[in-house]
Design a protein around this ligand. Structure first.
Ligand code: C2O
Ligand code: CU
Length: 464
């Protein structure tokens, strides 16, 4: 790999010299910029605590913000400098299937010391993210994730655009080291791996200075393994303008609490209404105490005028879903977990009792089957409209994520909810999603509580 990097450096320098006039064929040989996953040590815990050993893209957690224009190509050479095999998934992108980053389904795993060239177009503007999709309970928990931002063609009317990757870490309170027990059966069978240190962009007490009446676009990304964030605003007037990257048709006034399951994102426009010399906050409301997640100190110099209420973001192209007409129906029944009453399920082709499954550290089933199967959950012709019913017969919420295509929830009155790629399904809930199977390939459908995905909650669909 050393050699390859040296080679890349030399050829990049050569291109720097002669790049301007290169013919097209030669341009194709320009090496991609690298995205290297590597071990690093960072100050994660409060000052005075030791550094924490992490795995990060570019040696930071979150990794670098990858930002490009709508319709552009993302081209990165993923370099694996970890002691474990890995791969990168680009969560929420309507991606070319071969670039989806799922070892065993869409590509081979990238061994330590190897690399893989990711090269794909980003058709939709919005807030997305990338993360490891191999041994992800461990690799995402160690820090292998980052934001992927796709900019709208025209500038959006805000004063600042802030990416906020929300995460929680399970660390030893003495040594600040990450608890290395990633396959803990209690976590797997209950709510997943929840941390004891919550961070924003890798810092537990993120602070920034704002001006009264400034309008900020906050791009919130829940990168935690299992934590469901319940977020509130103080000292702001806010609107939700996009969910999971996709613009809402009209900005929705932010009222109480925004619930973000693992994998989900929300774009907010927030106007600072707190007085000069005070602070505004993004708070975590899920603990009932309103703990500050991000503190915004209001330091007004000149006084800005309040802006009028925001306009919707421009819609992304080609996301129509029509429920009338020929619709394929699929049912997914979730069972298992602690206090779930699952008696048995099929695992690796064998019917096993819950007790036997627990011994194999497996706890969850979709339609009576634990984990990935040879055959897809369902296969669709390209362009087919699908209604997929989800019934959660477990005692835990699950954040169901579909790769490759966004869906809408089918609401009780048969109207369609917002476009999303991850749906939080509460315990005992029956929900339904609809999507157009218009992206060919094999696509995972799994719970984004990563301990659950690793212990049974993972299936896939095929679009021919
Ligand atoms: Cu964000 Cu299959 O993952
Ligand atoms: Cu789950």
């Amino acid at each position: 790999m050393q050699d390859r990097r040296k080679f890349m450096a030399t050829s990049a320098a050569a291109i720097g010299l002669f790049g301007a006039g290169l013919p097209r064929a030669a341009r194709a040989n320009i090496p991609f910029e690298s995205l290297e996953a590597m071990p690093a040590s960072v100050q994660l815990a409060p000052d005075g605590y030791p550094l924490t050993d992490i795995w990060g893209y570019g040696g930071t957690a979150p990794g670098p913000v990858l930002r490009l224009a709508q319709g552009a190509r993302l081209q990165r050479q993923f370099v694996n400098s970890l002691p474990q095999a890995s791969a990168v998934h680009w969560h929420g992108i309507r991606i070319d299937n071969a670039m989806d980053g799922v070892p065993g389904l869409t590509q081979d795993v990238v061994m330590p010391g190897d690399s893989f060239d990711y090269d794909f177009e980003v058709p939709d503007a919005g807030t997305y993210w990338y993360h490891s999709h191999n041994q992800s309970t461990e690799q995402v928990a160690r820090g292998l994730h980052g934001a992927l931002i796709v900019d709208e063609p025209d500038a959006i009317d805000v004063d600042r655009d802030e990416v906020m990757v929300l995460d929680d870490w399970l660390i030893d309170p003495e040594t600040a080291q990450i608890f290395p027990e990633f396959e803990n059966s209690h976590e797997r069978s209950h709510g997943g791996r929840n941390g004891n240190l919550t961070t924003t962009n890798g810092t537990y007490d993120r602070m920034m200075t704002v001006q009264r009446h400034e309008r900020l676009r906050l791009r919130l990304i829940n990168a935690a393994n299992a934590r469901i964030f319940g977020l509130g605003l103080e000292g702001f007037e806010g609107w939700i303008v996009a969910l999971d990257g996709m613009p809402l048709p009209t900005p929705e006034p932010f009222t109480n609490t925004l619930v973000l399951g693992p994998g989900q994102r929300a774009d907010l426009f927030v106007d600072v209404v707190a007085e000069d010399g005070t602070s505004a906050y993004l708070v975590r409301a899920e603990d009932g105490r309103g703990t500050p997640q991000v503190t915004f100190q209001v330091r007004g110099q000149a006084s800005l005028a309040r802006r009028p209420a925001p306009q919707a973001l421009p819609p992304n192209p080609g996301h129509m879903i029509e429920l009338s007409g020929d619709v394929a129906r699929v049912a997914l029944e979730m069972s298992g977990g602690a206090m779930g009453g699952m008696r048995q399920a099929t695992y690796n082709g064998e019917i096993m009792s819950f007790r036997e499954l627990a011994r194999a550290n497996q706890f969850w089933a979709f339609n009576g089957t634990v984990g990935m199967t040879e055959e897809p959950l369902a296969a669709f012709d390209r362009g087919q409209t699908v209604r997929l019913g989800i019934s959660n017969d477990t005692s835990f919420p699950h954040a169901m994520h579909l790769h490759g295509m966004h869906f809408r929830e089918v609401l009780a009155d048969e109207t369609l909810g917002p476009m999303r790629d991850t749906l939080l399904v509460g315990s005992d809930q029956q929900r339904e999603i609809a999507f157009v199977a218009n992206n060919p390939g094999d696509w995972l459908f799994h719970c984004h509580m990563l301990s659950h995905a690793a212990s049974g909650m993972m299936t896939w669909v095929r679009v021919a």
